[in-house]
Design a protein around this ligand. Sequence first.
Ligand code: TRH
Length: 377
Amino acid sequence: MKASWDVFCSVVDNFGDVGVTWRLARQLVAEHDLAVRLWIDDLTAFARLCPGADAEAAQQWQDGVSVCRWSPDWTATDCADVVIEAFACRLPPAYMEAMLQRPVRPLWLNLEYLSAEAWVSGCHGLPSPQSNGLKKVFFFPGFLPTTGGLLRERTLVEQRQAFQLDAAMQRNFLLGLGVVPDAGARVISLFAYENPALGTWLDLLVKDPRATHLIVPEGRILGDLQRWLGVEGLRAGAIEKRGALTVQVMPFVRQEDYDRLLWSCDFNVVRGEDSFVRAQWAARPLLWHIYEQDDDAHWAKLDAFLELYLKGLPEAAARGLSGFWRAWNGGNDLRAHWPAISEYEAILRKHAENWCLEQASQRDLVEALVQFYRNSL
Ligand code: TRH
């Protein structure tokens, strides 16, 4: 019999929680043939990433995953062999009771947020005995072999490489989104949180000798973009031209298409956790708009990643990239940093490919989870 896995996801805000768990659940089914239920408390967020989904259904099948609405009034259900509590969401008390009653206790894992900080290696896989007698294990994604690794589908890198070698496929994909960049234009995707300094970068792109086509999925950055453009009611479908810069707003697309968009671009602005990882698999230079934390804990995370990522880059390129990332995340003027990124574009691109291949040579997160379960038996 197939092992059963329950993945619990509480949507705090944005799309990262549901984005990560949906990807994880699909991969458990597709690559390991497991019986997976994904419990989500906000199916409207899920339906944005998986447009065929029903935001009202108590249960539905999507890509072989049983997607279940996690409603506040919990109906008793059997617990699975493996229980994943994503990002420390709290399991329903009745479900925990079922875990306690089970003759063979399930493996209970808390899947943590991604961080490149050094302490992660020391905490990955640590058990935490609970007062009710159950034991929870902390499972940390990460960039080093001493962590749980990153979500990466088995053939992802090959698919991405084939796509990037095929100019017609890229053109057709963009055409399908209604995007037709001018010949030779630099194509950039922009998926970020609010940033009042956005205009300082766009001003440079307007005057750049090279044309830029900026693709902006609908979302939180639109307010700043709108202010800079001096227009109102900016929404999907809008195309605005200012000097050498064309700005195009597009609708949110399904996760697979968002991947292809990242693969099609010369530079990707990404945020949070999942798009940040996907941009690394896209092997193109990127900017990470990190999710801001109240106690400023995100700065340590940003610097820890930069320390790993910048290794091997010429100093001026590394300085340009880290300056751009830090200025962006601080909401500061971006003009001093972009020229180096433009100048070192080819080097940054090669570096991004090397980084992708180095990361892809490590075990992926789902493989690591499945192995962890096997070892626990
Ligand atoms: O939406 P986010 O800002 O999510 C954040 C982070 O995960 C953060 O760490 C967490 O604490 C917070 O949520 C609660 O960014 P993220 O992680 O990149 O998730 C976006 C998801 O949306 C990702 O799976 C990619 C997907 N996506 C699409 O499927 N289509 C699209 O068109 C776009 C722009 C994104």
